[in-house]
Design a protein around this ligand. Sequence first.
Ligand SMILES: *Cc1c(COP(=O)(O)O)cnc(C)c1O
Length: 428
Amino acid sequence: MNDSLFERAKRVIPGGVNSPVRAFRAVGGTPRFVQRAQGAHFWDADGKKYIDYIGSWGPMILGHGHPAVLEAVQKAALDGFSFGAPTEREIELAEAIIAAVPSLEMVRLVSSGTEAGMSALRLARGATGRSKIIKFEGCYHGHADALLVKAGSGLATFGNPTSAGVPPEVVAQTLVLEYNNLEQLEEAFKLHGADLACLMIEPIAGNMNFVRASVPFMKRCRELCSQHGALLVFDEVMSGFRVALGSAQSIYAKLIPGFEPDMTVLGKVIGGGMPLAAFGGKRAVMEKLAPLGPVYQAGTLSGNPVATACGLATLREISKPGFFEALGARTQRLVQGLTQAARDAGQPFCGDSQGGMFGFFLMETLPQNYATVMTTDGPKFNAFFHAMLDAGVYFAPALYEAGFVSAAHTDADIEATVQAARAHFVRV
Ligand SMILES: *Cc1c(COP(=O)(O)O)cnc(C)c1O
């Protein structure tokens, strides 16, 4: 069934998918078409059951079909799908987000992480009156033109587009640096500090598997942005409400006294699986947005009543005492179990996790940047991926993607996953 659906899909949808990584291009084989999901599992078109470690790439932190979320969505749908006029629930969701993330004084709700990142970038430029920006190789901030860029040949030369259709002049203002590289960071601010609108970063990068910004690196990002009047923008679309209730910034705030980003981009978990995202920051910056200020931004479905109901119900559940402690412990058990299984078989393996987000690498030590992540043995990863898939365990179909554990994953799910990995590692 998966094969025939894929053939049919390819006739009417480019590559048969509506987002490229779903196509299994990196790992080969036929993508699984999902029929339905419940808790920590989904079933494909052939009725085969999988333990789901992507959870819609992060949003499904409670697992699929959580009763409280379902009820909130059903009730909201009965009251109407979309109005194009404000609702009380938008205020409630904004209040809930702000209550959990102390750096935020105001947020604007949008419909996707891409839209949120693109809008945050425009606002940073509008608020500072500057054009240049810094991003890091391996961080993904959605597919806005200015952010589809890779490093050029030198620091003074700025980036090159990573997609056709992006004019070089659009990325000419985007400086791309190596993640965790203090020397490049210093140099970039020395050369361009006075022209920088913002530095945008995934504090725990989940789009190059799982790489943390080191504490000295993050501290220096904060100091240099403050010294030069550039805004520090945290892209927490993936890490937000996923690694901790206060998001990744709460973890850095514990390690760096007084630490806060200037702006934050959110998505994924705050929509609980519905199209919803947000960007926010201090009042003075956020009030530069239309209708108050000169920076334009809008959306027909922004703050959608069904999506906000889903997000709000999700945030209520994850705000309960002990939620992240339990989720974090379960995720750690998974990573430790996989690591043990590989090491027992003499295979190089390492992993890391925070809250319900994890990564693992078929190498001895955790990489600190994109170039090192990409030295992973691709064929070896693909063999692991397909062995796990056959065993009914669905990991991300690419070696540069993070994984996600939900509150619905049980000890039995974790144990079954580790056993499947052990069986593979002793075979290879
Ligand atoms: C997923 C993601 C985005 C893009 O969000 P979409 O909703 O897919 O547009 C942006 N930044 C990060 C860090 C992400 O993980």
